[in-house]
Design a protein around this ligand. Structure first.
Ligand code: HEC
Length: 176
């Protein structure tokens, strides 16, 4: 009797440890992100409507997921951007399970480059609302990437407007 109660208790203690662990950000899994990581959009690789890079140099693995028809988990170092002043970067597994280890960035851009005006997890918001609030609606196999048919509510911009914003990236003015 006592033994089985003890067993039940230790099971509860153990599972609550697991639960609390899965909601805390683990900074040992955080990648170093410098402002130079945010390059002119035309220096990145195109995938459909958005652009990708990998700050750890693992671009092929990032592109493989971005171009997959069935989704998948983006590898650490993946950098994704649709409009030049917003980006998301994937940290090492376990950094922040609540956001699938994605960090959201809002950037101030100029011909000199990017400076980070906001960064973080679920708390980061663009003028049109919380990044995570929209992106979490993507079905699980899409790893928070909305695309056009992954379950997110659509944004207010059509493809033509997105292409125009991409073409106006001020960081690209120094390039040929
Ligand atoms: C109102 C909802 C909404 C908000 C707020 C939002 N997004 Fe998105 N985001 C979308 C949708 C929908 C798409 C796909 C749009 C398309 O391809 O036409 C998208 C596309 C993207 C993409 C390209 C990959 C993908 O998911 O398709 C990136 C990167 C991105 N957003 C980052 C951000 C960041 C960073 C923020 C906050 C600073 C943010 N978004 C805020 C809905 C949102």
């Amino acid at each position: 009797m006592f033994k089985s109660q003890l067993k039940a208790l230790s099971l509860i203690v153990f599972s609550s440890l697991v639960v609390s662990q899965s909601y805390s950000a683990d900074d040992s899994k955080k990648l170093e992100v410098s402002e130079s990581a945010f390059k002119c959009i035309s220096a990145l690789a195109a995938s459909g409507r958005f652009f990708v890079d990998n700050i750890l140099g693992n671009l092929d693995a990032t592109l493989a997921v971005a171009n997959s028809n069935s989704g998948g988990n983006y590898p650490p170092g993946s950098l994704l951007t649709l409009v030049p002043d917003e980006a998301m970067i994937k940290h090492q597994q376990g950094w922040n399970p609540a956001t699938n280890d994605w960090e959201f960035f809002l950037l101030d851009l100029s011909a000199e480059g990017a400076s980070i005006s906001a960064r973080g997890g679920a708390e980061v918001a663009s003028p049109s609302g919380s990044c995570f609030g929209c992106h979490q609606l993507a079905r699980p196999e899409w790893d928070l990437v909305c695309g056009v048919d992954h379950g997110c509510a659509p944004i207010a911009f059509n493809l033509e407007q997105i292409r125009a914003a991409q073409a106006m990236d001020p960081r690209c003015t120094n390039e040929n």
